[in-house]
Design a protein around this ligand. Structure first.
Ligand SMILES: Nc1ncnc2c1ncn2[C@@H]1O[C@H](COP(=O)(O)OP(=O)(O)OP(=O)(O)O)[C@@H](O)[C@H]1O
Length: 271
């Protein structure tokens, strides 16, 4: 169990919004066996925003991210309390079909993980298994749209069938994984340190892509890079020891954090 005083509401700086949240998380706690990894966290995710989870190692950022698409479902000894509402229904309600729920999310991992197959197949796979595309010509067009959307088309168009996804550079592989996620048309992209294992130039391209994708997706990104959070995020959520201590517009949190621990973390006093 976490050794600290009971949680209280996070410092929340509200932002004016013209649309209701896509996701509303309330009093969410998660236990791995006896160990509590999240302690009554709460936040909203709005359409067309990039929300960054920041905080020291082991504070629960990835655990929180995985709750949103029910990725913990298959993990033994995980217990979740609280609620995550999407379309006015709790995503853990018995009426929710987990595969259908999961399809509303694209997942991008820290280490690019393309399939050992052609660039084309990497993208076509998602659309095919979800039955989105019926004919080959439609699939060709769909693969092109996804690769263009992921800012990768010009670099791979001459070797769609002949090049393996795994033969691309690290940065290209990460954009291919994003194209693969886009192929089944998710509403929300969940990114767990998407630039954590690629070089600075590749990082800049992925960050540029995230800002572009925000036009038609919401993105929740876990990052260890304060500079990255500041460059891409509309809002940041600061986690500490399983609690969400502060959430607000990026510039406000970085320039005038309201929780003293947020300030210490941003000033590099721990992490
Ligand atoms: N499958 C698991 N079983 C048991 N404990 C786990 C499991 N996954 C994570 N934890 C623990 O839960 C806590 C939160 O981990 P989590 O990976 O969510 O943190 P994080 O903030 O994303 O860390 P990092 O920044 O290092 O990736 C940590 O103490 C971690 O050791």
């Amino acid at each position: 169990m976490l050794d600290r005083i009971p949680s209280q509401a996070p410092f929340t700086t509200p932002v004016l919004r013209n649309a209701p949240p896509l996701l509303t998380v309330r009093d969410l706690s998660l236990y791995y066996g006896e160990k509590q990894a999240l302690n009554e966290i709460g936040f909203e995710l709005y359409p067309n925003e990039i929300l960054a989870f920041i905080g020291p190692s082991g504070c629960g950022k990835s655990t929180a991210l995985k709750c949103l698409n029910r990725m913990h479902d298959g993990t033994r000894d995980v217990r979740i309390t609280g609620s995550i509402h999407m379309d006015d229904i709790d995503i853990y309600d018995q009426r929710v079909d987990p595969p259908i729920h999961r399809r509303r999310f694209g997942w991008v991992a820290q280490k690019p993980n393309p399939f050992p197959a052609s660039v084309y197949e990497n993208v076509a796979y998602g659309a095919r298994i979800h039955g989105l595309i019926r004919t080959g010509a439609d699939m060709d067009a769909h693969v092109e749209v996804c690769l263009r959307r992921a800012h990768l088309w010009d670099e791979v168009k001459d070797g769609l069938h002949s090049r393996e996804g795994t033969a691309l550079s690290g940065g290209q592989q990460q954009r291919l994984c994003i194209a693969r996620a886009l192929a089944y048309q998710p509403e929300i992209l969940l990114m767990d340190e998407p630039t954590g294992s690629i070089d600075p130039i590749a990082t800049a391209r992925v960050e540029e892509l995230m800002l572009d994708l925000r036009a038609d997706h919401s993105i929740v990104v876990v990052t260890h890079s304060m500079m990255e959070a500041r460059r891409v995020a509309d809002r940041v959520a600061f986690f500490h020891l399983g609690e969400l201590l502060e959430i607000g517009p990026t510039e406000q949190v970085f320039t005038t954090p309201r929780h003293p621990r947020t300030r210490s973390f941003i000033e590099g006093k721990f992490g």
